[in-house]
Design a protein around this ligand. Sequence first.
Ligand code: GAR
Length: 194
Amino acid sequence: MKPPFKIGILASGSGSNAEQIITFLKPFEQIQIAFIASNRSKAKVLERAENHGIPHFHFSTKNLAEENILDRFEPYQADAVILAGFLAKIPAHLIQKFDNKIVNIHPALLPKFGGKGMYGHHVHEAVFNAKETTSGMTIHLVNEEYDKGAILFQAKTNIEPKDNPTSIASKVLALEHFHYPRVIKTWIDKLREP
Ligand code: GAR
């Protein structure tokens, strides 16, 4: 029997995606959430981790840029890192350490509406202002270029004339909640194939 595959989750805010991932993965003993960490000390995601009895900690965005962030992660021996609404840029030393093992979710159909400054409500406002008729979400590997790593999965939703940035955001979030845990599970299963 292989040892469990361990993931670390990084999130900056509410962590509603992290919550879905925790709940979905619970029955699969071969995947463990080793830690949840946030660059915001008051992020609700840390409360969620506490409620689920998952080790959790805060680090500053400045910490993240320093190589010793790897020392903070080291005790948990994570095999991969899942970004769930993590709004700081991942530095090169983390990308090198977790080579092709960092996954991100982006609330639009990349390559459109990605890059620096494109996060959360900014994305949905840009999509709305561009009069797009569809939006959606993208799950992708993280490389050194913002939102440009290999795409693992995308799902779309229609934008109706009555929609606004808030309603687009909730349609996209519903897609994220459904697909992100499942795509993570499938991706890990593939990595673990003999
Ligand atoms: C999600 O919509 C996620 O796609 C987005 O932040 C939200 C976090 O929600 N991420 C980005 O914009 C990354 N560029 P949550 O904290 O409730 O999971």
